[in-house]
Ligand binder design. Sequence first.
Ligand SMILES: Nc1ncnc2c1ncn2[C@@H]1O[C@H](COP(=O)(O)OP(=O)(O)O)[C@@H](O)[C@H]1O
Ligand SMILES: [Ca+2]
Length: 406
Amino acid sequence: HSNREMWFQNFLPPNMCPINAKANTFYGIMFDAGSTGTRIHIYTFVQKNPEKLPELEGEIFESVKPGLSAYADQPEKGAETVKRLLDMAIDAVPPHLWKKTPVVLKATAGLRLLSEEKAQALLLEVKEVFEESPFLVPEDSVSIMDGSYEGILAWITVNFLTGQLSGQNQHTVGTLDLGGASTQITFLPRFEETLKETPGDFLTSFEMFNSTYKLYTHSYLGFGLKAARLATLGALNMEAVDGQMFRSSCLPKQLEAEWHFGGVTYRYGGNKEGETGFKPCYLEVLKVVKGKLHQPDEIRGSSFYAFSYYYDRAVDTNLIDYEQGGVLEVKDFERKAKEVCDNMQRYNSASPFLCMDLAYITALLKEGFGFRDNTLLQLTKKVNNIETSWTLGATFHLLQSLGMTY
Ligand SMILES: Nc1ncnc2c1ncn2[C@@H]1O[C@H](COP(=O)(O)OP(=O)(O)O)[C@@H](O)[C@H]1O
Ligand SMILES: [Ca+2]
């Protein structure tokens, strides 16, 4: 274990400074409207030196479930959940700064999967909530974010928080985000070869903190953990789901239940008579990923930061501690998948999908992206008490576009 952990100690945390109320403090409010929940991030910055970048001082974070897409047919109710979260910002930001504090909401895969009409109705209601608030509402304050930005902004967040975007000697790290409906992979290619072998739409130039980064990034819609469950069950994008029973060898034999996702109810269950366990299950999830993702050679030997459902499932199976996170190898997920899938009655109570989720994560990493068994994954929820979410990168980008920083 020791040399695994050593690897990450080269990354020094950025310089976080203690509260100084007199200094130039300002705020930014970013909403993450994810497929499974809506989250508010209220960031505090301090501009100590006009010549330098403002320093990130802290974050207030709160979340609600389900996500906006669950209110596809009741947009006002959906906007109400946003309003309740925004009320927190009224308390957190001093009144004299309300008018200078921008508020933005960016929706991800959940809304991308809704019809244009339903998604727009939700966004419109949210926009009204913003307009009625005392905060600064920039143009395009409420939108569906492009998938490639989701990856880039998360990459910016992680590399900013680990101190890789300041000074020389930048050793940036790649990021893996596994959401409910989509999944992202982002890294800074080091080899000419990678640039040559990569499809053009997987490469994006991005300017931040006076540098230009040419990143490899892609968001795979429909490959988030919950969408993958539906794909494994053969229920993804099914028009008429009414009453149909979807079965899988990744579920406990006797299980029969209902599941609500994206405003649709699905009935699912185990293979009553047939096979169950890791082997047949892995073949099922393999069908979902095999040949569907681009595999850049370069990533096989490098290490990645991983969060969201990678983190949650690693916590659920005691691979890492909830507070601490930790470093894993790809094969640790496979080992746990075998353990859980071959003893399903024992894990049944936690979540009936635990076996399927772990098998999918294993297949996604190995057969989807093409990672090696011993590829290192740094699982992180927070760095210096700040959430590792694309929302911080998005806030920097927002402040930059408003001329509040460069
Ligand atoms: N700020 C955050 N802190 C902790 N976990 C988060 C945060 N944002 C997202 N997640 C995790 O992301 C996963 C859900 O992804 P979500 O964002 O709802 O879907 P999508 O990205 O596909 O729209 C969950 O594992 C949830 O715990
Ligand atoms: Ca997300």
